[in-house]
Design a protein around this ligand. Structure first.
Ligand code: KG4
Ligand code: ZN
Length: 336
């Protein structure tokens, strides 16, 4: 049987990535050019800088992805691209590259939602079974997503304010940790103790929503107050206390949803899914619950933005022949 090869593009934020994926779940190549160094001196992603880097990197990454996969354009079944959500200028570079290749090589064009891509990164771990529950935690999103079937997404819980990753990045700034701060705060957290007992927002409320701005403010106030009285607080304990609050809230709400929905699989996805505290917290909670719930967490390198996950998501659309014509545009505020 002929293998289905998808060339997939991701350029929604600060990673230019191009991948070649076979049959939706085998990675032949996954080239990722990160721009983080260029943005760090500004303390966050600068959209115009991001677009310029994508322009420079996209053809280089495409060549590298094809070479590493040992395929040519003639071998491809389709071209896929993230068309939202993300930075409009950044998205447009990937969309334009994918359209050009689809046109030049007469290939179907598959538009992919970036957040769906994060969830489908789980396909590289094992086949997904529906209905499933996904906890989507990234720099811009914190959502509980119910999937009754492949390609169907219902947001059943959302953040009222900051996303989890955003909170990590903001408190990181206060501790002098470079953007993006999540990984370093995670490392510090493992060296400290939850001595500060920061608030756990909305835990007792009978819903699946989140809030992280109160925690962020409590954290910042604690650090500023100590500064004012000339006291230095232990950064490891601060990180551990912050993380304990985030993990407890995410875990509690996720387990609450899983119990209500009667799902067999729980997918954790997005940049914050790389968090060791969260990975351990969920595994422990599932064990303690006695539930028959299969926890699927993509390997760390597939939690952050990458082209492979876009190829995995595109393969679902390929089965349904969900293609776009060359009028495809970037949609920065794209929802499910
Ligand atoms: O999914 P992603 O790469 O980009 C978006 O689509 O937003 O997520 C990036 C976010 C950043 O906020 C970063 O600080 C966070 O993921 N992050 C982490 C960890 N690794 C990355 N947060 C907590 N713990 C980590 N280990
Ligand atoms: Zn992302």
């Amino acid at each position: 049987e002929k293998r289905e090869l998808i060339l997939a593009f991701e350029s929604s934020c600060d990673e230019t990535s191009v991948a070649v994926i076979e049959d939706g779940h085998v990675i032949l190549s996954n080239i990722i050019a990160t721009q983080i160094k260029s943005h760090q001196r500004f303390g966050g992603v600068v959209p115009e800088v991001a677009s310029r880097h994508h322009v420079e990197q996209i053809t280089v990454c495409t060549q590298a992805a094809l070479e590493e996969a040992e395929v040519t354009y003639a071998d491809l079944t389709a071209v896929a691209v993230t068309y939202g959500p993300g930075l409009v200028g950044a998205l447009l570079i990937g969309v334009t590259a994918a359209k050009a290749i689809a046109y030049a090589h007469h290939l179907p064009l598959i538009p992919v939602n970036h957040m769906a891509g994060h969830i489908y990164a789980a396909r590289f771990v094992k086949p997904l079974e529906y209905p499933l529950l996904a906890l989507l935690v990234s720099g811009g999103h914190t959502e509980l997503v119910y999937m009754p079937a492949a390609g169907e997404f219902e947001i059943i819980g959302d953040t009222r304010d900051d996303a989890a990753g955003e909170a990590y990045d903001k408190i990181g700034r206060v501790l002098g940790v470079q953007y993006p701060a999540g990984k370093e705060i995670d490392r510090l957290a493992h060296l400290g103790q939850d001595t500060f007992k920061f608030p756990r927002a909305m835990l007792k409320e009978d819903n699946l929503d989140f809030s992280f701005s109160g925690l962020k403010s409590a954290f910042i106030n604690t650090v500023h107050h100590a500064d004012q009285i000339g006291e230095t607080l232990n950064h490891e304990d601060l990180a551990a206390s912050f993380q304990a609050s985030v993990v407890e809230v995410l875990t509690t709400k996720t387990m609450y949803a899983a119990r209500q929905l009667n799902v067999r699989q729980l997918v954790v996805a997005g940049g914050v899914a790389a968090n060791q505290g969260l990975r351990e917290g969920l595994a422990t909670a599932i064990k303690a619950s006695g539930m028959d719930l299969d926890l699927i967490m993509p390997p760390l390198r597939l939690c952050g933005d990458n082209g492979a996950m876009i190829g995995a998501a595109a393969h679902i659309e390929l089965q349904k022949q969900q293609f776009s014509d060359l009028s495809l545009n970037a949609v920065p505020g794209l929802d499910f």
